[in-house]
Design a protein around this ligand. Sequence first.
Ligand code: CA
Length: 219
Amino acid sequence: MRILLVEDDAMIGKTLQQALQQDGYAVDWATDGQAARLALDTAGDVYALVLLDLGLPRKSGLELLKEIRRAGNKVRVLIVTARDAVADRVAGLDAGGDDYLTKPFSLDELLARMRALLRRDVAREDNVLRHRTLALDTAARTLTHAGRSIDLSAREFALLAALLERPGAALSKAQLEERIYRWGEEVESNAVEVHVHHLRKKLGADTIRTIRGVGYALA
Ligand code: CA
């Protein structure tokens, strides 16, 4: 799952990017409000979530939030900021933020709130994406297939999660790449095919269908 981290503090940004990547997210990191706006305008719908600091150079987080909401962008936004005054919190939520977390926070709480927001997208009550015999738990990061537990690499997990979020819909190779790799990451041209190949070996050849000229979909 790909997310946009908007944070101007180099230390916090780096720490968060690493921690979130360890948890399986592909994390693009923008260090000012303009860069974040550009990323949101150009990357379209690839971001499942935005983690937004409010005090930012070049464009404040609040301004950015108001702008993208006015432009019709409905991406989930979790405001993460040191400002803990009630007025700031209210302004952030009124401007279109979906939730609010005050620094300093525990990583566990951040991850739990992210999962809660991601669930809200599809009105799920738990963290499990299900399709037929597959059940992928995004909190525990486990997959069971017909009751059997299956080990997945981080990329295989991300790719399968992307397909499970829209069962029945086909995703192109480019769309899958966008969802599992962050900016500047080197991607082998056949990376998606390789992950699909490994997933089919683990889950059965007919689990993921190839749709000619389009991409991949769950069976
Ligand atoms: Ca800041």
